[in-house]
Write a protein that binds this ligand. Structure first.
Ligand code: PLP
Length: 368
């Protein structure tokens, strides 16, 4: 479906051709074993850990958006685990952006380092020099939660020159707003728990790659490790894909309006949103992103003020995660483990009316 707009592609992605009397999107296939008589070879469906038609349809849909092979997993972390464990062996090194999602860092520290993988956790400006000699370069742009923007094409080129595999966690941007594979990455990984499913009701993740052997290695890992998604979650996510472009457009417009409001106030500092012309990452984001997403970050000076602000807001739902239809936010330091100040808030703009959100945030800041 090349040449079509994002909305058209998202609405139709992965749908089968018209068949008299059939639904547009066939329902989930619930099966552990399938009928399987005689020889196993040549049968598409045998046992769901090996494959399920509901996953295959969703992978085809995501593959249309990514222009790549897609392997879907039970969560974003299951996708990250598959990538890390299929590409790293004892003695290898991984260069990893120290500001990337804390779950990935914890996974590396708790499970890779003890198995003899060298972790090179690097600050943004040091990431490039950490690559030579590494087997994998792992980065995230815009990063969660600080929204640092990395020059993905330049770093992918450094990885290629050094013989390292380049992985981009594309969760905050998603496939409609950023295409890491086009920028030179070997793999693009996404937590579909966020914008792609969008309704805060399931966990899912996937990896996209244009190398069939790497895709097969990931499928084999999924079968062997059992990190498989449930067909119902996959079907729900496919159903939600139809509104992905709409939700993203609305949430991103709301995020920009909120970022502009926050940046203009003198009781808020450190506003980060790649769509703001004054943002540190704006120029690079303009080159490598087609939209700026729904997530913004800012600082309201102290833990107490952040807590008062969140409690005073009537339209911001206090919760972790992002990318849903409801506007959500949290004081990120409550988790520990991220290099953020006590008053740092990460907010994900939802699909409410912009005027209502702006009025609510102004009211809550004044009350705080
Ligand atoms: C950037 C990023 N990558 C990966 C993950 C992990 O995804 P999941 O929660 O679906 O396992 C998250 C979750 O917040 C994330 O924000």
């Amino acid at each position: 479906m090349s040449g079509l707009g994002d909305g058209t592609r998202a609405v139709r992605a992965g749908l089968p051709g018209a068949e008299q009397g059939a639904p547009f999107l066939p329902g989930p296939v619930f099966a552990a074993p399938f009928h399987l008589q005689g020889e196993v070879a040549g049968s598409d469906w045998s046992y769901t850990r090996y494959g399920n038609p509901t996953w295959t349809r969703y992978e085809a849909a995501l593959g249309e958006l990514e222009e790549a092979e897609v392997v879907v997993f039970a969560s974003g972390m299951a996708a990250a685990t598959a990538l890390l464990f299929t590409s790293l062996s004892p003695g290898d090194a991984i260069a990893i952006d120290q500001g990337c999602y804390r779950g990935v860092r914890i996974l590396c520290e708790s499970h890779l380092a003890p198995r003899g993988v060298e972790l090179r956790l690097a600050a943004p400006q040091e990431l490039e020099s950490a690559v030579p000699g590494a087997r994998v370069l792992w980065m995230e742009s815009p990063s969660n939660p600080k929204l640092e923007v990395y020059d993905l094409a330049a770093l992918a080129e450094s990885a290629r020159a050094a013989g390292a595999l380049c992985v981009v966690d594309n969760t905050t941007a998603g496939p409609l707003y950023q295409q890491p594979l086009d920028l030179g990455a070997d793999y693009s990984m996404t937590s579909a728990t966020k914008h792609l499913s969008g309704h805060a009701d399931l966990l899912l993740g996937y990896v996209a790659t244009r190398d069939p052997e790497r895709a097969q290695a990931l499928r084999d890992w999924r079968t062997e490790a059992g990190s498989i998604p449930g067909p119902f979650e996959v079907w729900l996510a496919h159903r939600s894909l139809a509104t992905y472009a709409l939700r993203l457009e609305r949430g991103s417009a709301n995020a920009l309006a909120l970022a502009e409001l926050l940046a203009a106030r003198d009781d808020v500092t450190g506003v980060r949103y790649p769509g703001l012309p004054g943002d540190l990452g704006h120029e690079i984001a303009r080159r490598q992103m087609r939209g700026h997403g729904t997530v913004i970050a800012f600082d309201v000076a102290s833990r107490e003020r952040a807590e008062r602000f969140l409690a005073a807001s009537e339209l911001i739902t206090e919760a972790s995660s992002f990318g849903g239809i409801l506007t959500t936010a949290e004081r990120r330091a409550r988790w520990g483990g991220d290099d953020v100040s006590e008053g740092f808030i990460r907010l994900s703009a939802g699909c409410e009316d912009a005027a209502d959100l702006l009025a609510d945030v102004e009211r809550a800041l004044a009350a705080a």
